[in-house]
Design a binder for this molecule. Structure first.
Ligand code: IVH
Length: 669
C-alpha cells in the first residue's frame, strides 16, 4: 500500500478502534461484534508491521500488551501525590465540616461524596490531546512509569479532545468479576488463589510483561483533575463531568451533598450499598466542591485539608480456631499463629492470624477448637478479637506453649513475656534474615521472596545473607528444580547483581539490625555516608543523631561490635556490594540549608508549602513545624505571624522567600 494511503487508513482504524473501546469499556454498550473488532485490529497490526514508522504513539494495538520491561522507570511527580486524612465516625466528620465552615466563614458547605476505591492510586499525564505517561503513586514524590501496563486497561482514553496539558488521578482496581475469573483459571492450573483484589491489581500493574497485565481484567476510575483551574474548571463536580465528556470513566456513585447532614446520610446509604458494588471500597471520600476554596483551606505536609476519607469500621466475622502453630522470626522471637477455618473478610480470604504471644492467648482465654470473632479493617492485618465460649462443645483444648524452638529444638528463653530462640544458627532465623535482606525496602531483589528463599535454603544453596551473592554458582542446580527456566534464573541472577549497587540505607536496613527500620536507616546513611564509618562509633555518637534513642544506639553499637556480623560485612564487601550512600544529597553538602532545621511561615508565592518542604528535605534540611531554640533558619512568606515574632525574639536567622530561592537555585530544575 502507498505510504500516504497507509497513513490515512491507520488514522481511520485508530479512530474507530478507540471509539469502540470507549463504547464497550466505558459506556458498557457496543456497536460492533467481537469478530469485527478483531478484524480491524488485525488490519491495523499488519499495517503497522509493514510501516513501522507510521505507528502512532498511542496505537490501539499497544493495548493488547506485548512489551516486556526490565524495570520501571522512576519519574518524579510534578505535583506531589497526596493522600487523605481519615475520619472514623460521625463526630470526626462533623469536626471536619465545622473547621471548614470556620475557615471559609460559610454556614453550609457543598461537598462531593464519592466511594473510596480500594486499588492503586495512579496519575495520567496528557498533553496535546495525547496520553503521555502513567505513574504510580510511589512515595508520593516519585512514582514509576507503568504506562505499558496501564494502557492495556481499555477504558482509559489515549486520545482526548482537550489539547492543553493536564493531569488526572484515579484508582486502578480489579473488579470482583475479574478476580473470580482469574482465580478459576488459577485453580485449573493448580496455582495458589489470589485472596485480595487490591493485591491482585497491584501485582498485575507491577508485571514487567504487559501481556500478563492485559489479561488480568483491570479497570480504573478517575476522580481528580489535578490542574483543574488551568483548564477553567472551578467546581470539582463539574470537573468530573468534564472528565466524563472527554471519555474518562468516572464513578457514578458520586453525589453533590449540601451540608453535613446530607454527608452523613450518604455515609449511611453507602455503608449498606457497599457489598453490592462489584468492586472493593474501603471508605468514602468527601471533597469541598468549590475548587477556588482549596487555596484558602490549604494543605498539611501529606494531605489536602479540603478532603477527607471516611473509613468504614473494621468488619467482624466469626470462624473456627483450628490450631495454633509457632513461627520463628528474624530476631529469634517466637510467635504463635492461629490456623483459622478460611473466611472472607473485607476482600480477603483469611486463614491465618497472628496471636502475638503466649499472654495474648491467655488473656483472651482462647482454646483450640473455639469459635472466634475475627476483625479486619481494609488495609490492616486480621486480628482475633475474642472467643465465643457459649459455642463450646467440650472438644476444645487449651494451648500449651512449647519450651523448645519449633525449628531447631533448642530450649527457648523468655524475656519480658516473650519467647526467643537464641540459637544464632537456627534455620528459621536465617531464612527470615535473608527474606528481609532481599525485601523491597531493603536490597529489593526482584523475584527473591519468601518462597524462593525457603526453597533455596532447603536445597542448601544459601544458608546466610552473603551467599545470596554466590547463587550464580548454582544456576544448573536451580534449573533442575521444578518451575525454573533459563529465563527465570537469568532474571533472578540479574536482580541479585543489580542489588549490589543499592545505596547504603537499603543495605543498612537489610542487615536487620534490631530497632533500625527503613526510616532510621535512611537518617543514618545520610549522616554517615558509608558503612565503614559505623565501625568506630560509640553509643554517644549515635545518640547525637536525630531520631536515635538509647535503645537504637545500643543496638547499633552491639551490632557493629559483633565478630560474626563484621565477618559477614567483609564477605559482602568481597562480593562487591556497595557500602556508600548514593542519595540525591549524597555528595552535595554544600547547600546553604544542608543539615539545618528550617521553619516555614506565612504564605509563599512561588512554591506551595509541601513543595518547599520536599525541596528542602531533598537537600538535607530538616523542616520543623514550630520555632524553637533548635531552629536554624525561618523562611517567612507574606503575612507571617507568631512564628516570625518568636524567631525574632530568639534571634534566629529569618530570610524571605526570594532569598531562600536564590540559595536553592542550583537545586531547582
Ligand atoms: S482524592 C488530593 N478520591 O485513597 C486528593 N482518592 O487514602 C487525592 N482513593 O491517595 C485523592 N478513591 O489513592 C480520592 N474517590 C477518591 C478515591 C481516592 C480512592 C485513594 C487515593 C488516595 C487514597 C487516600
Amino acid at each position: 500500500m502507498e505510504k500516504e494511503e497507509a497513513r490515512k487508513r491507520i488514522a481511520e482504524l485508530t479512530e474507530m478502534l478507540d471509539r469502540w473501546n470507549y463504547e464497550y469499556y466505558v459506556l458498557n454498550e457496543s456497536s460492533v461484534s467481537d469478530a469485527e473488532f478483531d478484524r480491524y485490529m488485525n488490519e491495523l497490526m499488519l499495517l503497522e508491521m509493514e510501516h513501522p514508522d507510521l505507528k502512532l504513539k498511542n496505537s490501539p494495538t499497544q493495548r493488547v500488551g506485548g512489551q516486556v520491561a526490565s524495570e520501571f522507570r522512576k519519574v518524579p511527580h510534578k505535583r506531589m501525590m497526596l493522600s487523605l486524612a481519615n475520619a472514623f465516625n460521625e463526630d470526626d466528620m462533623r469536626d471536619f465540616d465545622r473547621k471548614l465552615r470556620e475557615t471559609l466563614g460559610k454556614d453550609v458547605i457543598d461537598y462531593m461524596g464519592e466511594v473510596k476505591i480500594d486499588g492503586l492510586g495512579m496519575s495520567l499525564i496528557y498533553d496535546g490531546g495525547e496520553l503521555q505517561y502513567c505513574l504510580t503513586r510511589g512515595d508520593g514524590n516519585v512514582g514509576e512509569d507503568v504506562t505499558q501496563n496501564v494502557i492495556t486497561i481499555r477504558s482509559i482514553p489515549t486520545h482526548v479532545a482537550e489539547k492543553r496539558p493536564f493531569e488526572v488521578r484515579g484508582e486502578v482496581f480489579m473488579p470482583h468479576a475479574s478476580l473470580e475469573k482469574l482465580n478459576r483459571e488459577r485453580a485449573i492450573r493448580g496455582e495458589p488463589l489470589l485472596a485480595n483484589a487490591r493485591n491482585a491489581a497491584a501485582g498485575s500493574i507491577r508485571q514487567l510483561d504487559s501481556r500478563i497485565a492485559s489479561s488480568r481484567g483491570l479497570d480504573a476510575f478517575w476522580y481528580y483533575l489535578v490542574n483543574a483551574s488551568e483548564i477553567n474548571q472551578h467546581v470539582h463536580s463539574d470537573s468530573l463531568d468534564y472528565l466524563d465528556s472527554l471519555g474518562f470513566k468516572t464513578n457514578h456513585e458520586r453525589r453533590r451533598l449540601h451540608g453535613i447532614e446530607e454527608v452523613l446520610a450518604y455515609i449511611r446509604e453507602y455503608t449498606e450499598k457497599r457489598p453490592t458494588l462489584g468492586y472493593d471500597i474501603d471508605g468514602l471520600v468527601f471533597k469541598v466542591d468549590n475548587i477556588d476554596d482549596y487555596d484558602v483551606i490549604g494543605y498539611t505536609a501529606k494531605t489536602p485539608k479540603w478532603a477527607i476519607a471516611y473509613k468504614f469500621p473494621p468488619m467482624e466475622v466469626s470462624t473456627k480456631l483450628l490450631d495454633i502453630f509457632l513461627t520463628v522470626g528474624r530476631t529469634g522471637r517466637i510467635t504463635p499463629n492461629a490456623v483459622l477455618e478460611p473466611v472472607r473478610v473485607q476482600g480477603s480470604l483469611v486463614q491465618r492470624a497472628t496471636l502475638n504471644n503466649e499472654d495474648f492467648i491467655k488473656e483472651k482465654g482462647l482454646m483450640i477448637g473455639d469459635t472466634v470473632i475475627l476483625r479486619k479493617a481494609a488495609d490492616v492485618i486480621p486480628e482475633v478479637v475474642r472467643p465465643l465460649p457459649e459455642k463450646r462443645n467440650g472438644s476444645e483444648r487449651p494451648f500449651i506453649m512449647s519450651d523448645v524452638c519449633p525449628e531447631c529444638g533448642q530450649p527457648l528463653t523468655k524475656v519480658q513475656g516473650l519467647h526467643y530462640c537464641l540459637n544464632e544458627e537456627c534455620p528459621s532465623r536465617k531464612i527470615e534474615a535473608i527474606i528481609h535482606f532481599a525485601s523491597r525496602d531493603a536490597m529489593d531483589i526482584d523475584g527473591m521472596g519468601q518462597r524462593v528463599v525457603e526453597e533455596f535454603f532447603g536445597e542448601g544453596f544459601m544458608t546466610d545473607i552473603p551467599e545470596v551473592y554466590t547463587l550464580y554458582n548454582r544456576a544448573s542446580e536451580i534449573k533442575a528444580l521444578d518451575g525454573w527456566s533459563d529465563k527465570s534464573i537469568d532474571s533472578l541472577l540479574n536482580a541479585i547483581e543489580i542489588s549490589k549497587g543499592r545505596s547504603l540505607e537499603k543495605l543498612l536496613f537489610g542487615l536487620g539490625i534490631k530497632e533500625i527500620g527503613s526510616k532510621t536507616a535512611k537518617v543514618l546513611a545520610r549522616r554517615f555516608k558509608t558503612l565503614d564509618a559505623f565501625f568506630p562509633l560509640t553509643e554517644e555518637d549515635y545518640l547525637k543523631v536525630d531520631d536515635i534513642g538509647p535503645v537504637a544506639a545500643h543496638s547499633l553499637f552491639t551490632y557493629f561490635h559483633d565478630e560474626g556480623n563484621l565477618q559477614m560485612i567483609e564477605t559482602l564487601r568481597f562480593m562487591g556490594v556497595n557500602f556508600d550512600y548514593l542519595g540525591a544529597d549524597a555528595t552535595d553538602t554544600s547547600s546553604y540549608f544542608f543539615g539545618k532545621t528550617v521553619v516555614l511561615t506565612g504564605a509563599l508565592q512561588r512554591y506551595s508549602r509541601t513543595e518547599m518542604t520536599n525541596l528542602l528535605e531533598s537537600i538535607g534540611a530538616k523542616v520543623a513545624g514550630s520555632v524553637s531554640k533548635k531552629t536554624d533558619i525561618v523562611i517567612a512568606g507574606s503575612d507571617a505571624g507568631s512564628k516570625l515574632t518568636k524567631a525574632q525574639a530568639l534571634g534566629i536567622e529569618v530570610i524571605d522567600e526570594e532569598t531562600a530561592l536564590s540559595y536553592l537555585e542550583k537545586n531547582i530544575a
